[in-house]
Design a protein around this ligand. Structure first.
Ligand code: NDP
Ligand code: OXD
Length: 309
């Protein structure tokens, strides 16, 4: 009985060794060296190649090394009916909380302007509005969005959130579905995207949405690059409709060297690091989920494939 692990880059062997120590009853192998294909019962993956998972005829579950599962569903030959388990946990939530607060505060406290002034040796003091007068909007109120919304509200921001279904979060104004969308956008001076990538959310950050934000709003996208229509964002930045953007995720990753976001003066690029899962804490979560799944117990991270996220 074996499981395969697919991680991109230098961390593969770290993951393999760690998962082997957590799940000694399995033979843990790397994707590139899976051994007998019929022995593979579980695949722990990040961005599996198209057609890759169907080579294992006895797959019992697929585990996403991440909260998102879009990278698995993107496979047109994905074996249907195999359960998918995503990876969540306090570690992931805490890292995303830090990222969102850091970048909301960066815009709120005008850090890009201070950095520019410093580069010119100019002393440019200015009074900032208090956090209570800064309206922040969080798209997606799941594990990550709800936590970020609560934390920003605790810091003192005037926070609203938008989700598919109705939600109640103390200290946060909530909006849902199509009906609440425009009102939510109209008040979002700093907009944070924490939506999953689905057919309903692909390309949602487009010209029509930017036009509904207050003039000079800021965008922080830490969900998926495919949420953004890049040409629309560049146009909104150039017109001043969007005053600045922090982008952690992109259509193509790594971001190609000639992509205009790299050198845009109003854009901060981070390399998909908002909240990375590491083998130590993430591995524990994955092992615990697999043990519950194998024992036939409830697995809260089991994805409801009818929702698609
Ligand atoms: P969840 O599945 O827990 O939450 C998703 C939220 O989005 C829910 O509130 C859901 O609404 C809402 N939503 C889904 N579809 C729609 C829609 N069509 N309209 C309005 N709201 C919608 O996800 P997580 O919080 O765990 O993660 C969110 C995403 O963050 C991941 O899918 C991933 O892409 C990204 N991510 C990025 C990372 C990074 O490092 N950059 C790290 C981790 C995650 P409802 O509550 O009603 O279901
Ligand atoms: C995730 C990610 O989905 O890291 O967890 O993007």
């Amino acid at each position: 009985m074996s499981l395969v692990i697919r991680v991109l880059g230098a961390r593969s062997e770290w993951w393999r060794e760690h998962m082997q120590s957590l799940l000694p009853e399995f033979e843990c192998r790397l994707w590139e060296d899976p051994g007998p294909l019929e022995a593979v019962e579980y695949a722990i993956v990040w961005r599996p190649p198209a057609g890759g998972l169907k080579q294992f005829p006895n797959l019992k579950a697929i585990v996403s090394i991440g909260a998102g599962i879009d990278h698995i569903l993107a496979d047109p030959e994905l074996p249907r009916g195999v359960p998918i388990i995503r990876t969540t946990g306090s570690d992931l939530t805490e890292r995303m909380r830090e990222y969102v607060c850091l970048h909301v505060l960066r815009f709120h406290r005008r850090l890009p302007e201070h950095e520019e002034a410093q580069s010119l040796h100019e002393w440019r003091p200015g009074i900032n509005p208090p956090a209570s007068e800064r309206k922040v909007g969080i798209m997606g109120l799941g594990n990550l969005g709800a936590d970020a919304a609560r934390t920003l509200a605790m810091i003192g921001f005037d926070v609203a959130g938008w989700s598919r279904g109705e939600k109640t979060i103390e200290g946060v104004a909530t909006y849902a579905g199509e009906a609440g969308f425009d009102a939510f956008l109209a008040r979002s001076e700093i907009l944070v995207c924490l939506l999953p990538l689905t057919e309903a959310t692909r390309g949602i950050l487009d010209a029509a949405l930017f036009a509904k934000l207050p003039k000079g709003a800021f965008l922080i996208n830490c969900a998926r690059g495919q949420h953004v229509v890049d040409a629309d964002l560049l146009a909104a930045l150039d017109s001043g409709q969007i005053a600045g953007a922090t982008l952690d995720v992109f259509h193509q990753e790594p971001l190609p060297a000639d992509n205009p976001f790299w050198s845009h003066p109003k854009v901060l690029v981070t390399p998909h690091v908002a909240s990375l899962i590491d083998p130590v804490t993430g591995g524990k979560m994955i092992a615990a989920n697999l043990r519950r799944f194998i024992a036939g117990q409830d697995v809260p991270d089991l994805v409801d494939l009818s929702k698609g996220y």
